[in-house]
Design a protein around this ligand. Structure first.
Ligand code: SF4
Ligand code: SF4
Length: 501
């Protein structure tokens, strides 16, 4: 008995043969060894992330004759009521939750054996079992969305210590913005992308809301003409939004991602107003979320930058954003940059960070939501499969306020082209920042979590090690925390299927 996720609040008795997994129609089978997305796949609620490579769509693995065994590096953990969590490094889905009988059946395959019945075939289709003597490989997949970060302005009303933008009053002109949007659509058409996602960013993009509106109008026109779907997100610190801006965001269905680095004074200390000490920026963010966005049915994504100064506040952010308001939330680990690298107090102290995140996970477990919230709980790591840490060189463009092309928002000052002519993806892919697939990173190849972590931010790895082809300097944290995130996803699957109150 295999159950995909379908909300059911009634607590059920335990079915020992149960396999719970967050994925679509289990009856579909695919002929390719590669993971092929089901045609009717509906993506889950999106966890907004600055730059993460999109997850591979969930898919079932084609079956082959012969003996099967456990995938190398499978991760197993206990869950309440006799359930067991099993994570396969080769699965495109999140972890699976197995009832007692299903788990006992899975354990039988410690010694290679042939698939006997439907339960065995379900375990194999979910990549929880691996054909003997094959070398599994996940295809990189072809992302269908071209994402472009539009750096609308260098200006910002806040003065955050970890910011990588050298502040000035310089901003994007409307002509440059239109050239940028046109170039993004032209490159999307050239490479066969189905959709374009524009991220209006800065500095603080809402300081130039009139420009954002005009660029949206222009992009919407190009979208209608080209048939390429348009998605947009405003990245904002949430301090400056006005009611008519919020009306417009709701009308135009532009998403919002808002920064929140703590609750109350923890946030205020890290995100002070420029030239106005003591201003309660947290109160301003809370007002924006509660009175401007949620009241207009805009459910903003929240991002916390976790530093050595605020890791202890992660649980408060989880309670405020995830538990009290149901907001998709990402916890992004601080990355030193040219402007912040001397700020020792921001550095991640591994034990403190681990403590802070585990406290946040405990808080979530005590009031577990049923909606899919786990994708952003651990930096760039996700519960779904991916081959690259981010979209650099693949489906990601960063356009500066002067109309130059960069590979990454943290490389705004090191563009790879001064204009937007030609094949921008090819130009970005040829730049100095190497975004290697996880299989090419020494130390990651055999890691249980390689397709969830993908080796971490390549820029951070290079900063710390001088190499692109090794694991992240945050590897120890990822390995320590990911089991707790997978456990939360397992508990969520139990809850949404009615096996946990
Ligand atoms: S960085 Fe560490 S946790 Fe991530 S894939 Fe590499 S070895 Fe695994
Ligand atoms: S290099 Fe790092 S910061 Fe830059 S886009 Fe990739 S993950 Fe994001």
């Amino acid at each position: 008995m295999l159950s995909s996720v379908s909300p059911n609040p009634a607590a059920r008795s335990v079915a020992a043969d149960l396999i719970l997994v967050d994925q679509p129609d289990p009856t579909q089978r695919f002929d390719c060894d590669c993971m092929t997305p089901p045609a009717q796949f509906a993506p889950p609620l999106e966890i907004e992330n600055d730059c993460r490579w999109p997850a591979l769509p969930p898919a079932l693995r084609a079956l082959s004759p012969g003996a099967y065994t456990h995938p190398r590096g499978a991760h197993v953990g206990p869950l309440p009521r006799g359930f067991h969590l099993v994570h396969s490094p080769e699965a495109t889905t999140g972890p699976a939750v197995l009832g007692d009988a299903a788990f006992a059946r899975w354990q039988r395959f410690r010694a290679p054996a042939a698939l006997r019945d439907e339960m065995d075939r379900q375990l194999a289709a979910l990549a929880l079992l691996q054909p003997l003597a094959t070398t599994p490989a996940l295809c990189a997949g072809a992302p269908d969305t071209l994402t472009a970060w539009l750096h609308v302005t260098n200006a910002c009303n806040l003065d955050c210590p970890y910011c990588y933008v050298r502040k000035s009053s310089a901003r994007m002109s409307e002509a440059t913005g239109q050239q940028a949007v046109a170039a993004v659509f032209a490159n999307a058409a050239r490479h066969g992308f189905r959709a374009v996602k524009l991220k209006y960013a800065g500095g603080e993009a809402s300081l130039h809301f009139a420009l954002v509106r005009r660029l949206h109008d222009f992009a919407a026109r190009l979208s209608a003409e080209s048939g390429i779907q348009l998605y947009e997100t405003l990245l904002t610190n949430g301090v400056h939004l006005r009611p008519d801006d919020a009306d417009w965001l709701a009308e135009q269905r532009v998403r919002v991602m808002i920064s929140l680095d703590g609750v109350g004074e923890v946030h205020n200390a890290l995100r002070p107003l420029r030239n106005r000490a003591g201003f309660d920026t947290f109160a301003a963010v809370a007002h924006t979320v509660d009175h401007l966005l949620l009241t207009r049915a805009i459910r903003p994504a929240v991002n916390m930058v976790v530093t050595g100064r605020n890791a202890h506040g992660a649980a408060d952010v989880a309670r405020w954003a995830i538990l009290a308001r149901g907001l998709p939330t990402t916890f992004t680990f601080y990355r030193p940059n040219l402007l912040s690298r001397d700020r020792a107090e921001l550095q991640l102290e591994e034990a403190a960070l681990r403590r802070g995140m585990l406290t946040a996970y405990d808080a979530i477990e005590n009031d577990l939501p049923a909606w899919p919230f786990t994708g952003g709980l651990l930096d760039r790591v996700s519960t779904e499969a991916r081959t690259h840490a981010c979209g650099v060189g693949q489906n990601y463009l960063v356009i500066t306020h002067t109309g130059a092309l960069s590979q990454c928002p943290m490389h705004l000052g090191q563009p790879v082209a001064d204009d937007l002519q030609g094949d921008l993806l090819a130009t970005a892919a040829a730049g100095p920042l190497l975004n290697l697939p996880v299989e090419q990173k020494t130390g990651c190849r055999d890691c249980t979590f390689r397709h969830r972590c993908a080796g971490g931010c390549p820029l951070e790895t290079f900063r710390a090690t001088g190499r692109w082809d090794v694991q992240s300097p945050n590897c120890g944290l990822y390995r320590a925390l990911l089991p707790a995130v997978l456990r939360l996803e397992g508990l969520r699957l139990m809850k949404v299927n009615g096996y946990l109150q």
